[in-house]
Design a protein around this ligand. Sequence first.
Ligand code: C2E
Ligand code: CA
Ligand code: CA
Length: 409
Amino acid sequence: FKPVNDRLGHAAGDRLLVVVAERLKRALRLTDSVARLGGDEFVILLSGLAHAEECERRLHTVMESVAAPYTLDGERVLVTASIGYTLYPDDEADADTLLRHADQAMYAAKQAGRNRFHGFDAAEERARQLRREQCGELLLALQRGELTLFLQPKVDMRLGTVVGAEALARWQHPERGLLSPVHFLHLIEGHTELQMRFGEWVVDTALQQIARLMAQGLELPVSINITPEHLHRRGFADWMALRLAQHPAVPARLLAIELTESAALYDIDHVARELTRLRALGMQISFDDFGTGYSSLAYLRRLPMDHLKLDRSFVAGMLGDAGDRAIVQGVIGLAHSFGCGIVAEGVETVEQGLALLQMGCHHAQGYCIAMPMPVEQFMDWAKAWQAPAPWRATSQAAAPVPPAAAIAA
Ligand code: C2E
Ligand code: CA
Ligand code: CA
């Protein structure tokens, strides 16, 4: 409408509106309603539709009648309609909401290139609404202190020592009980505020826990998981430095971050820069779920890293599957040639641990060692843990044979 108003004046624009309104009336049935809301926006109420296809067929007729040429002051004028619609009772909302939904759909029709119609997706909207509610609930849970970090130990299987821990988020939900991250972590994706609050809570809580461990004489590095989205934010390393400064009693070398290969996959320059800064602060960097991503070696070489974490799917498969075993062997070799450490994830049996030891991987984490647990429990556990005898035996086997025994042999 705007070009018509600009070119032929408002009076011509008004006449055009009248003609459009008449055409709309003609394209509709007696039982339908049409109203002008304002400007060049009309609302149509189609009643007695048998199904969604019938609605679209009739809207098609409306579009065609609007799109036929007009003559104004001897000039030929073309206008098109962009239509958004919603169907009641699929979209079970009150009149105002239905109108808003149709408006939202009309916006989508315009975005898609005008001269078309677009249906409002009630199911999608319900899903969005549910997500909004759940995000609100999670924000509230953070404020109420319902979230906690469990610690899962990382050990040296051969020496029988605890070498660190991974902090894993849990939600102590008042009704649903203890929730693992699969139930709530997806909510922070694409939600900037939650992302920031959650990230801050994780770092602060981990630093507090490290301080508690230190007070018990346990100087152990604790690693936290970082989402790719968070890592990609500008000033990530500065932000981390600020968090560390809030906990001056905790040395940065006791805080490690775990990130997935895919987190580093795009904007490698940014990631390399941020990671280098974290390292300069004294922090350690681990690559999580290693072996499941698609990054090339040339690419990874550019990133500073202290540990690779061998993905648990390979550990699970390695005793029965030669391919998995080859990957395990390959990743261990890779870690050695990159000069970084390796930690096997998801070690569930003594046999798996033994096989890893034989392949040269000494550090591990998994249910066979311990489940993730609250920090108080972790402190007692760490003081009491002993490696299974078969793992300890490999340490003796690897020790240099005393000369006397060699002679006797
Ligand atoms: P992840 O980083 O790969 O963490 C390891 C997951 O494997 C944990 O699940 C842990 O409980 C589980 N696990 C440990 N040992 C074993 C084992 O022997 N067998 C099996 N089958 N599983 C084992 P969890 O705690 O449910 O965490 C799932 C994922 O959620 C984590 O995967 C991590 O990506 C994410 N996550 C957890 N906490 C945080 C957090 O604080 N921040 C962020 N950004 N992500 C987190
Ligand atoms: Ca992890
Ligand atoms: Ca992992």
